[in-house]
Design a protein around this ligand. Structure first.
Ligand SMILES: [Zn+2]
Length: 393
């Protein structure tokens, strides 16, 4: 596909200010030329031209925390135990929904029975319309925590084996869970999590030694403290991160993936389907803890990558704009929020050829009928999505 996105405002994800009246030429799946619209020299008769006026072109969005095997919604956890054919078919549909919302790359951080690994392979082979997916296999969790579906371990040797098994089964990254899921996280008064920094370090060492990244689910004060000091590549959720944890994360360049859509969707369902009081209170607690942690992370200079937890919490797929809005509400600058969803996400995921719009990079692009720097909600107003130079939305 040979395309010219003509006379557009370009926000390239490198940290530069938006450039007005710019044209971007796509050829053979990559960015071929970028420059002032008036200086493009090609033949307009032989190229497909997309009018960029009153539009903004940004890099393809990256959602660093999704679960395509569940649709989200009020009963999202039960959906992980649906029959396998149901889960598999749905994962294909949900990945396409995500792609159409501008997500050209995603990390699927946990699925039953290797569904995410299969989906990622099919997406890579071009057999399904889906983002470029980096898949963890299943969650790795201690037997003493109460995460069902996980690969459980007790002793360090078992943890090492669990990491190895995930890699052997085709995972692109490792996902470890320290605490229970968001809805039923362990109360502060509960006995110690049977996991400590030393034990988590075993998983970090094993993943890194084999060249794999490791993400850690942490959503209470103890698991946040352990994860923040362990050298994992990203800490997922991070409600209740304390100042000292954030200092260490900033120093080690550990990413926070805040997943604020989790409590946002929970609060919606608490009203919409009239949840019991305890679940409502839990949603409010998560909101307060999360907002405080994200706000403090911004101030502490912690690297942040956007992740919605669509499917893994009540949040549904295809709503990445909502997560971006919540980040801005927590005090993040709209450009920094977009960086969290593009170039910073690319750093976390390890995608050197994506995440910015620069000559020679893979043409993963989103064209918006809006200026998201002025109004981040403009991420909803999608005019076109390109993946590897092909128009997919
Ligand atoms: Zn999740």
């Amino acid at each position: 596909m040979h395309v010219l996105i003509d006379d557009v405002q370009l926000w390239d994800g490198t940290g530069s200010a938006p450039q007005a009246r710019t044209s971007v030429e796509i050829r053979d799946g990559r960015i071929h030329w970028i420059g002032p619209a008036s200086q493009w020299q090609g033949n307009r008769a032989t190229i497909r031209i997309l009018d960029g006026r009153a539009r903004t072109l940004i890099p393809g969005l990256m959602d660093c925390h999704v679960h395509y095997s569940s649709p989200g919604g009020p009963e999202w956890i039960a959906r992980f135990t649906d029959p396998l054919p149901e889960i598999s078919m749905r994962a294909v549909e949900l990945a396409e929904t995500s792609l159409r919302s501008g997500v050209t790359t995603a990390r699927d951080v946990g699925a039953p029975q290797g569904v995410s690994i299969r989906l990622a392979k099919k997406a890579r082979a071009g057999e399904v319309r889906a983002p470029n997916i980096r898949a963890a296999g299943t969650w790795i969790a201690h037997r003493g925590t109460y995460i069902p579906l996980a690969r459980h371990f007790g002793e360090p040797a078992e943890l090492r084996d669990a990491v190895r098994t995930e890699i052997e089964e085709g995972a692109d990254l490792i996902k470890v869970a320290l605490a229970g899921w968001n809805e039923g996280a362990r109360p502060q008064s509960a006995p110690d999590i049977p996991f400590d920094e030393k034990l988590l370090a075993v998983a970090v060492e094993e993943a890194h030694r084999r060249g794999f990244k490791i993400a850690c689910h942490a959503n209470d004060p103890i698991s946040c403290r352990i994860a923040a000091h362990s050298g994992v590549d990203s800490l997922e959720h991070g409600m209740y991160l304390q100042a000292e944890d954030l200092e260490t994360m900033a120093k080690n360049r550990t990413f926070l993936v805040p997943t604020m859509s989790v409590w946002d969707a929970m609060l919606y369902y608490a009203r919409a389907v009239d949840w019991p009081e305890a679940r409502k209170r839990r949603a409010e607690e998560l909101r307060n803890g999360s907002r405080a942690a994200v706000n403090a992370s911004i101030k502490a200079g912690v690297w942040i990558a956007l992740g919605t937890d669509a499917g893994g919490g009540a949040a549904r797929h295809g709503r990445i704009a909502r997560e971006a809005e919540l980040m801005v509400e927590c005090g993040m600058d709209p450009s920094d929020t977009l960086i969290a969803a593009t170039s910073n996400a690319a750093k976390l995921i390890g995608e050197d050829e994506r995440g910015t719009i620069e000559k020679g990079k893979i043409a993963d692009l989103v064209l918006l009928d809006a200026n998201p720097i002025e109004n981040i909600g403009g991420l909803r107003l999608i005019a076109a999505v390109f993946q590897g130079g092909q128009r997919v939305g």
